[in-house]
Design a protein around this ligand. Sequence first.
Ligand SMILES: *Cc1c(COP(=O)(O)O)cnc(C)c1O
Length: 480
Amino acid sequence: MLERIKFLEDESRKLEPSSGERKEYIDKVFNYTQNFLEQLSSSKAYQISEDKGIGIYDSPISDYPISIDEIIHLIKKHIDKPGINPASGGHLGYIPGGGIFPAALGDYLADVTNKYAGMFYASPGAVRVENMLIKWMCEMVGFPSETSGGNLTSGGSIANLIAIVTARDSAKLKSKDFEKLVIYITKQAHHSAVKALKIAGLEEAVIRHTSMDMHLRRKVDKLEEQIISDKKKDLLPFLIYATAGTTDIGAVDPLEDIGEIAKKYNIWYHIDAAYGGFFLLIDAGKKILKGIEKADSLIIDPHKGLFLPSGSGAILVRDQKKLFDSLHYHASYLQDADNCIDEYSPSDLSPELSKHFRGLRMWLPLKLFGIKPFKAALEEKILLTRYFYEQIQKIKGIEVGPYPELSIMIFRYIPEKINADEFNERLVNEIQKDGRIFMTSTRINNNFYIRLAVLNFRVHLNIIKLALSIIKEKIVLLES
Ligand SMILES: *Cc1c(COP(=O)(O)O)cnc(C)c1O
C-alpha cells in the first residue's frame, strides 16, 4: 500500500506547479491578455465564423496534458475569435459591461487563496467584504441601513429568483392559494421574471400585464384599477414587478407612484434594476430612478453598470430578516459556525453553499480606482446615447423610438420602396457582417427596430461616431 501511496503522490503532486512553472504560466497568460487588450480597438466586435469554434473538440479532455502555449492557442482561435466580443468598445448590442481589468485580479486572488466567503466563521474578512458591498449598494438605493441587506449572486436572473422566493415565503401562503395570487408586470419586463416565477412554483399565479404609455412605462392608474378589480374577484394581489431600465429601450417605470400603490394595498414591491441600478451613482440617474427606495426587493447587476466581467449580480432587500427566514438552513455538520454570528453569512441568504468569493472582483476595482471614474463613465454613456439619438435623426429616413431615459435606444430606417421590417433586418445583418460594431434588434409594437445599448466602459465618442458612419454607409449600400 505504501508503495501505491508513494506512486500516487508523485502523480498527484503534478497538481502543484513549481514556482518557475507558475511564473511561466502567468507570463504567457499575461502576454496573451496584453496583446488581446492592445489589439481591442482594431479587433472586430462581432466575428461571423464558418466553424463556430468546433475545433475545440479536436483536443478532447484526456489523460494527457498539453502545453500552456497550445492551450492559449486553442483559446485564441476557437474561443476568443468567433462570435460576439463583449470586451470590445464596439459592442453596442446587449447590455455588456466590458469587464474592467482589476476585476480579473480580484478573481485571481480569490482563486489562489480560495477563501470561503459563504460563512462568517470560515472567513470573517471575506464575508465582511461582501457585506460591505451589499451595505454600500443598499445605501445607494436608499434602503434603511438598520434592516436592509442582500446577497451577491452570479447574475440578475438568480437574484430575481431569490427575490421572488423571499416574497412568496414572507407572504406565508398555503400552496392551495398559489392559483389566486396575482402578479403585476408589463410586457417589457425581463423574461427572467417569468422564469423565476415558474421555478418558484408560482406558475399557476395570475399574471397581469398592465398597460404601458407611449414610452413603454407602466400606467399607474391602470395598475390601481386592476388591483381593485382583482380584490373584488377574491384574488390575492401579491407582487408588483417594476423595471428600472428595461432591456429593450431602457425605460423606467414610475417607481415612486407604483411604490405608493404597493404600500396602499400592502403588496410586495420588486424592482428590476439589473441594468439601470448603478445610474443611481450619478445625479441624472437619481432623478430618473426616484422612488426606488420604496422597493421591498431589488436586483442590480455589477456586471452591467459597474462594468465587471459576467458573473456578478446582487439581490437587495429592505428587510434582511425576510431573506434570512426564506433561505437559511441548519445542518449538523455546520454546527461549528453557529456560535459565530457577528455578521449575516452569505450562505444563509442564498441557495448557494460553496461559492466563489465573488466580492473580491467588485471590491478590488472600487478600491483601486475609487468611485469617481465609474460615475464619469456612467454619465458619459448617458450623454453618448443622447448624442447618438440627436445625430442619427440627421440621416434622412431614420425614425427613432422614445427619447432615451438611460443609455439604450431604438431606431429604424423607413425605406421608400420596400417593406421597413425587411429593410431593417437586412440593415442589422449588414452591420453584424461588417463586425466593427455590434448591434442587435428587437420588436416594439410589432415593428422591427435596431437597438443601441451603450454600457460597455470602452464605448467612447469615437465609437459612437463610427457607429453613425457605418449605419449611413450600410443604408446607402442597401438603397442602391
Ligand atoms: C440583464 C437583465 C436581467 C437578467 O440579469 P442576468 O444578470 O443576465 O441574469 C434582468 N432584468 C434586466 C432588466 C436586465 O437587463
